[in-house]
Design a protein around this ligand. Structure first.
Ligand code: IFM
Length: 450
């Protein structure tokens, strides 16, 4: 993987991070926990989707994943040994409410109580995501995110976990755009729908769920913080042909403004909404008061950055930068800088955490017992360098969570795509910190990029 130092030199006067910068790693429940039938957990849409042949590469499922549910204590020790100061995980809604409604299952909550206690004992700050795509199947059977009631059920679930877990920082919905695009427009994620009309109705209810849950936290636990975790993609023109600027603006609407504007300003972007109205009844689902709910103040904004999008006048994506193992993951660290700077330029300043950033590779443990993932080291160094550039511009970034702590179930890609800084041998469930994890530990210890 090439280095981008030459691109970043001009924006990075200082590579030192603030002393209280939160250095973390992230995972999500379905991707690491396994134990899908244990302690009363109900089925989720991802159990259903992954069970259908052809939906996931190699027929992989999250049934065992990284077996984190059974290896919690060892994984907590592993996090401590890597010097992590923060850990972002998600709570499996179907562990807490197996059917998505009603009384919580104590066993499900107890797992997360143990996790939070274990983190706290080790001086690692928890940040919890309420929903990282594992919707209880029973709610999907009742209409899923196309059903407005799911947003209300989400607020009930949020209240249960807010009250049960002593956590300051909460993320509501992980990447609503991925649910909308991959789950409802292109059908490559659960629930496997390919229908723009339905997709944008689901989008509105996902955002409503975010706002309702954020309001519950503010009402019940003042002093704690909540926000969404949004995957943002800076959009660049492929050329200067007539029409390209408009195509860039349109794509930026679908990628970024469609999520940022309602959440941070209380209005859907007019141009994007007009485009949606031509293919979806979504506007009819926006009821009085919804936008005020969605715009419940954000205390901390989760930003997830992987790749830029370069589009031509026809709106087609043009690959301009090197890609990693996954062909969508074009590597362009300056895109992180541009995204962070744009947030403070176009919206009112909000504390930001980079809640995901990372790269996949087909990593293997070598004969020396180590994983020499120098491509990932370069990726992390260049992206952290871009982040340092944004900090130097005054962007209020408080923390960074590498995606991911462990190799895990990469959704439709199954287990081939390894995003972890720790290698997982799925046959033995052995963990091997990759060179990137050791490099990251040094960055955490010194607070600067080597
Ligand atoms: O693995 C995913 C994660 O669940 C959500 N953000 C992107 C990651 C890499 O594809």
């Amino acid at each position: 993987m090439p280095s981008f130092d030459h691109l970043l030199e001009f924006i990075v006067p200082e590579q030192r991070f603030p002393g209280d910068f939160l250095w973390g790693a992230a995972t999500s429940a379905y991707q690491v926990e396994g134990a899908v039938d244990e302690d009363g957990r109900g089925p989720s849409v991802w159990d259903t989707f992954a069970a259908v042949p052809g939906n996931v590469k190699n027929g992989d499922t999250g049934a065992v994943a990284a077996d984190h549910y059974h290896r919690l204590d060892a994984d907590l020790d592993l996090m401590a040994s890597l010097g992590l100061r923060g850990y972002r995980f998600s709570i499996a809604w179907p562990r807490v409410q197996p059917e998505g409604t009603g009384r919580p299952d104590r066993r499900g909550l107890d797992f997360y109580r143990r996790l939070v206690a274990g983190l706290t004992e080790r001086g690692i700050r928890p940040a919890a995501t309420l929903f990282h795509w594992d919707l209880p199947q029973a709610l999907q059977d009742a209409g899923g995110w196309e059903n407005r009631d799911t947003a209300k059920r989400f607020a009930d679930y949020a209240e249960i976990v807010f009250d049960a877990l002593e956590i300051r920082d909460w993320l509501t919905i992980n990447e609503p755009k991925t649910v909308v695009d991959c789950g409802y427009r292109w059908g490559v994620h659960a629930p496997g729908v390919r229908d723009d009309g339905r997709a944008f109705v689901a989008l509105h209810h996902l955002l409503l769920a975010h706002g309702l849950a954020a309001r519950v936290l503010h009402e019940r636990h003042p002093g704690r913080r909540v926000g969404p975790a949004l995957n943002l993609h800076p959009v660049y023109p492929a050329d200067d042909r007539p029409g390209t600027a408009a195509a860039v603006r349109h794509q930026d609407g679908l990628e970024n403004r469609l999520y940022l504007d309602p959440i941070l300003t209380g209005a859907y972007p007019a141009d994007t909404l007009e485009w949606i109205a031509r293919r979806s009844p979504m506007p009819e689902h926006v009821l009085d008061g919804d936008l005020a709910t969605i715009a419940e103040p954000v205390d901390v904004l989760g930003v997830q950055y992987y790749n830029p999008l370069v589009v031509d006048a026809e709106g087609n994506r043009v690959l301009r930068h090197p890609t990693a193992q996954l062909d969508w993951l074009e590597i362009y660290p300056k895109g992180l800088y541009d995204t962070l700077v744009r947030l403070t330029r176009d919206y009112r300043p909000v504390p930001i955490m980079v809640t995901e950033n990372g790269v996949a590779a087909a990593d293997e443990v070598g004969p020396d017992g180590r994983v020499h993932d120098e491509g990932r080291v370069a990726f992390l160094r260049d992206h952290l360098s871009a982040l340092a550039g944004a900090l130097a511009e005054g962007v209020p970034v408080e923390g960074y969570f590498v995606w991911s702590l462990l190799d895990n179930f990469e959704w439709a890609e199954g287990y081939d795509a390894r995003f972890g800084v720790v290698h997982v041998d799925y046959a033995t469930q052995g963990r091997t910190p990759k060179d990137s994890a050791l490099w990251y530990r040094d960055v955490i210890t010194t607070g600067r990029l080597p």
